[in-house]
Every structure is written in C-alpha cells, then in structure tokens.
Design a protein around this ligand. Sequence first.
Ligand code: KIV
Length: 275
Amino acid sequence: MSAQQETRRLTAPDIGARKGGEPIVCLTSYHAHTARLLDRHCDVILVGDSLGMVMHGLETTVPVTLDMMILQGLAVMRGSKRALIVVDMPFGSYEASKEQAFMSAARVLKETGCGAIKLEGGRRMQETIAFLVQRGVPVMGHIGLTPQSINTIGSFRAQGRDKSDWKAIEQDARAVADAGAFSVVIEAVAEPLARRITAALSIPTIGIGGSVACDGQILVLEDMLGLSPRVAKFVKRYGDLGPSIESAVAAYAADVRARVFPGPEHVYSMRKKEK
Ligand code: KIV
C-alpha cells in the first residue's frame, strides 16, 4: 500500500446515514482557496447560488445561471479533498420538467465531479426529486424560505411563525424525504417547527435559521466571517474580516504611494556571472 493514504471523499449516503448522529457541519464556498480552508472542518461544502449575491453583488439569486454554478463548483472541487461537495441548481434550470432537471443535474455532476445537487421546493418538487434519485442523482432538498421564489413570496421572511402555516411546511418536508432526498435544508423556519420536522423525518435536516435540534447546520461563509454588508437574524458572526482586509489594503496603498513596496526582498537580483 502506498505510504500516502488517499483521502476518501464523503458521499451523499455517508451524510444520509448521519441522521440523529454527530451534527453535520456545512458551509458554503465558491472558490478553491476557501474550499481548501473549509475542507478539514466541514462534512459538506455547498456551492450555493448565494454566490449571485456574494460574488456578483446581485440583489437575489434569480439571475444565477447553470454555467456560473458549474464554474464555481469546479473551483471548489479542485480546492477540496474530503468534504461532500453539493452544487445548487439555479432558478430556471430544473423547474420546467423532471427531464429538464435531469439534464441540468447531469451537466453539474459530469462537469464538476461533485457528489450531489441541491434544489428548492417541497411538494411541487417531489416528482422531480424522485426522478433524479432513481437515475443516480443524489439530491439535497431545501424547504421553508426558498430564496429563488422571491418574486412570488415578496420578501425574505421567516416561515411557520403562525401555527396555521405548519401543515404545509411539514408536508413539504415529508414530500422531499419520501422522494428519496438524502438530506434537506430547512431555512428560516420557526424553531419549534424545525425541531418537530427534524424529529419526524428519517433523513438529516440541515438548519439555517432552523433549530439547534437539526441534524446539521449551514451558513454562508462570507456572512459568518463578517464580510457581508447585511445579514439575516440567523447568522452568527464568527469573524470580522472586513476591517482586517481593509486595513491590509490601506497599508499596501500607503506603501505603494511611499515607494517602500516592493522592498529589496521582493525583487529579483541579477544572476552572479560565472568565471
Ligand atoms: O445558496 C445558498 O448559499 C444556500 C444556503 C443558504 C443554504 O442555499
């Protein structure tokens, strides 16, 4: 056996088997460098369509394209070795029919090498999820607040804060699980409902503004690092990188203007002549 052990990547079935076990750690990444930093600590790295807002300054995720997802999915695959990489299906790439969903998902799997895709929607996506899973596409569901529906829901507000809304959200969760998804993201859902859904489902729930009782948690990396200008209530800031990036940039700008960068240690001398 080679002295260098190959690192085995986690798979969708590995994550699916973690129901009720050790919490599943997930974060988003869109780049090789951040993927490399996350890889040792995260079970799942999601190449989220939140890249539309974070990388491109868009107002919503609606304009994100399949090509954008594939490009960043590839970058994250190159930067990581161990985590399961899940790539989001962007708006318009899967809703028209289950066949459209399969063609888009097949592109994502083939062109990035990732281990699973994520799509938004509960009951309305049940047939599509089943179709994909039966054809070899591991699916992570996403219910509760589904940001791609912003133009029909009107605002990014928490779901299930009135008990009268619970039934529909519970039915969505069950539909995703029954269709064969290996896990489901529960976004911005009242805590007692997220807890109740987690107890009821046989697949792991991944909370983002859900409950500490969820089987795992996910946040957008730039939100928790303090790089995003506006964040939702459910974001805990674990870092404050904005000011330290700005002070590094200010120091660089001052050095360039004062002609003290590059210093002698950053430039190339001539080779010494051989006699
Ligand atoms: O796009 C994304 O980053 C997501 C997470 C917020 C779950 O879907």
